[in-house]
Write a protein that binds this ligand. Structure first.
Ligand code: HEC
Length: 281
């Protein structure tokens, strides 16, 4: 008795599914969804490459240091980097002394306690401190940015599809004007006040003013020419590192694991041949 009832119930479900599929298709044909400006004009990240690409990709410390400089001199005015402590910079080739100097000059007012009186006080940064955020809290951050919140950049390249290439494209993708085609077909999608047209941003209009605008905006000490493209590339590489500092190590270990597994497989196969060699199949 249970079987026929279960069968009927199943049949009921299938019937309802087919019914809704049919009506969905009818609605789609009668009133197809309207194209949106985002759908028509949003662009996928540009084709670009980073030293970390591919299964054997590695970090280029020289580039990461340049990227750090761009972050420090440009992006850090608005964006925090919560997950990076000054001492992590040793991983990208800064010496202990350099890290100490960076921490001391950058973080000048770390909250602390006066050891004698117990009163709240401030101290200079040490390598163990995190890179300080530009704003004390979200309200201040929004107040300074037209009510938009500059997100923390530590994990940004993990949070967006095609992370590094996305950040690079976003930084170099601002257009002075919206395409005429867009305004013709979607007059309501005009870029609003305080926003900037950028086809790589999900909704095409971003509250971040173009941060990297002129060649030579930072001066690199390693002699690399600081073109807009170079700076955008370097800071994107730096953000790939901040999101996954162990990436190069992971690639390295991965390669050894594959070699080990290949060897183990070969050995297993040979011993199988050896053990069963006297048996007829
Ligand atoms: C004047 C302040 C300011 C500066 C300087 C700045 N940004 Fe932004 N940034 C913002 C704001 C505000 C947003 C949020 C935009 C929005 O939500 O529309 C943002 C958003 C972003 C996003 C997130 C985009 C997304 O997909 O959500 C990235 C990535 C980014 N900025 C990278 C950078 C980098 C890299 C630099 C330095 C080269 C930089 N920003 C410099 C204000 C700034």
């Amino acid at each position: 008795m249970v079987r026929p009832i279960a069968f009927l119930v199943g049949l009921g479900f299938v019937g309802i599914l087919l019914w809704s599929l049919l009506w969905g298709a009818v609605a789609f044909i009668q009133e197809p969804p309207l194209p949106t400006a985002e759908h028509e004009f949003h662009l996928h990240p540009k084709e670009t490459s980073f030293p970390t690409d591919g299964p054997f990709g590695k970090f280029d410390n020289q580039q990461l240091q340049r990227g750090f400089q761009v972050y420090k001199e440009v992006c850090a005015a608005c964006h925090s980097l919560h997950h990076v402590a000054f001492r992590d910079l040793k991983d990208i080739g800064f010496t202990e002394a350099e890290v100490k100097a960076i921490a001391k000059t950058w973080a000048t007012e770390v909250p602390s306690i006066n050891p004698e009186t117990g009163e709240p006080a401030t101290r200079k940064g040490t390598p163990a401190d995190k890179i300080p955020a530009p704003y004390a809290n979200e309200v201040m951050a929004r107040a300074a940015n037209n009510n938009a919140l500059p997100p923390d950049l530590s994990l940004m390249t993990k949070a967006r599809h095609d992370g590094g290439a996305y950040v690079y494209s976003l930084l170099t993708g601002y257009a002075a004007q919206q395409p005429a085609e867009l305004l013709k077909h979607f007059p309501d999608s005009k870029t609003g006040p305080g926003l900037h047209y950028n086809p790589y941003f999900a909704n095409l209009n971003i509250a971040m003013p173009p941060p990297i605008v002129a060649d030579g905006q930072v001066s690199y000490s390693d002699g690399t020419k600081a073109t807009v493209d170079q700076m955008a590339h370097d800071v994107s590489a730096f953000l790939i590192w901040s999101a996954e500092p162990k990436l190069a190590k992971r690639h390295e270990i991965g390669a050894w694991v594959i070699i080990f597994l290949l060897m183990a497989t070969t050995l297993a196969y040979l011993s199988y041949r050896n053990i069963w060699s006297g048996m007829k199949h």
